[in-house]
Design a protein around this ligand. Structure first.
Ligand SMILES: O=C(O)CCC(=O)C(=O)O
Ligand SMILES: [Fe+2]
Length: 393
């Protein structure tokens, strides 16, 4: 980008609205990552996925799609604001807002623990009106006064009180952004923290180590009333996303009996154990390692469904591995055991409808494994360089 001479309006309210910065397929990939990995967020009706969380849940390879965009945003911010010092990414996160989420007038460095934030970049990954209603961004003063979120666009602004802003309440759907903050204070450098975390994990691709490991159950538990007890009056967001897409989770009867007889065990741990995935009273033959594993494959299928259909070729070549719920063991729908609030889930998330086919789903499983192996290999080749330089690029 050519260095721009700023008008006095821009100097008073330094900000830039960039159209079409993020390729739409990258927006979709990030939506897949968020929907399959997010935990309950820091405020009501909000879900978030941080890069550190991806590393901690054995999905460090999912960092890779973020890196070129993260670097591009850093350079754009440096150039537009004319930074004559090194700028570090302080935080990168996917953040989704469901019905009811909003934020009043604020600046992004308005708390003592946020003072290190110098600039913000908000990337819109889905679109107003098409994917959600409400959720329009406003600046209190200066131009543009409002920004209507559209997939692929980004908004950069200083984190201080020259850019006080708010976001209208989301009225329907799920509004998704990739939000970054930048700092000149190297002690808040997110890269250094991530490189340290990556140094601790095993990148051995054997023994199914590519399967996601869940974080603590508490991190996935959503309750509309923050005072309400964990496990009561709410839902597990991992289960909720599968439920809304029409899937059920089946666990062995014996496993459920064991969980019940062990009074100290958390019933939600059943989600962290092997399970089958079902639809319309049928169950898929393959067992998933845990609920997150099933969720990642399902959402990969949702993301890639049109490519899978077009590359499918002759129908007979595709093995259908569908069977009635297994004969040798009794499978129980976890919904009847874990008592999630389905009505609440339906008020939160909306269903993305497409015609489901078991044939396509079985192709998606193989395609998901290929995707993960490819990213995992690339990650392994990059880590030595990162360790030396402490930067993820
Ligand atoms: O999502 C947006 O448009 C802005 C969100 C925001 O203001 C914030 O997270 O501080
Ligand atoms: Fe903000």
């Amino acid at each position: 980008m050519a260095t721009q001479r700023k008008t006095s309006g821009e100097e008073q309210h330094p900000r830039l609205h960039i159209r079409g910065l993020i390729p739409l397929d990258l927006c979709k990939e990030m939506e897949f990552i968020h929907r399959s990995c997010a935990t309950v967020g820091y405020r009501p009706h909000v879900f978030s996925t941080t890069l550190a969380h991806l590393v901690a849940t054995n999905s460090p390879h999912l960092l890779l799609p973020f890196l070129p965009l993260r670097e591009r945003l850093r350079e754009t911010v440096e150039e537009f604001f004319g930074c004559e010092y090194e700028l570090f990414v302080e935080f990168t996160g996917l953040i989704s807002w469901c019905k009811g989420a909003n934020i009043g007038w604020h600046s992004d460095n308005n708390r003592p623990y946020l003072k290190q934030r110098d600039f913000a970049a908000v990337c819109y990954l889905n679109s107003y009106d098409k994917d959600f209603k409400g959720g329009i961004f406003h600046f209190q003063e200066g131009e543009p006064a409002s920004v209507v979120p559209m997939a692929g666009d980004a908004l950069i602004y200083t984190a201080d009180d020259r850019n006080v802003h708010s976001v209208d309440e989301v009225m329907d759907g799920e509004r998704l952004t990739l939000t970054l903050w930048f700092t000149r204070d190297s002690s808040y450098d997110e890269d250094a923290k991530l490189v340290a975390l990556l140094s601790q994990i095993s990148l051995d691709s054997q023994n199914n180590t590519y399967v996601p490991f869940p974080a603590s159950n508490h991190m996935y538990w959503y309750s509309p009333d923050p005072a309400s007890q964990y496990g009561v009056n709410g839902f597990d967001v991992r289960w909720a996303r599968l439920h809304i897409l029409g899937y059920s989770l089946y666990s062995d009867h014996d496993r459920i009996q064991n969980s019940r007889s062990n009074l100290s065990s958390d019933p939600l741990d059943l989600l962290n154990q092997p399970m089958r995935l079902g639809r319309d009273g049928k169950a898929f033959e393959m067992k998933f390692h845990n609920n997150l594993h099933a969720l990642q494959v399902v959402l990969f299928y949702c993301w890639k469904v049109s490519d899978l259909k077009s590359s499918k070729g002759i129908e007979e070549d595709v093995q259908t591995t569908l069977q009635q719920s297994s004969q040798e063991e009794v499978s129980v729908d976890l919904k009847t055991v874990l008592h999630f609030d389905s009505q609440l889930v339906e008020a939160f998330f909306c269903e993305d409808c497409f015609a489901f086919e078991w044939n396509d789903f079985s192709i998606a499983i193989a395609a998901w494994e290929e995707y993960v192996h490819r990213l995992r290999k690339e990650l392994m080749s990059r880590i030595p360089q990162w360790r030396l330089g402490n930067q993820l690029c």
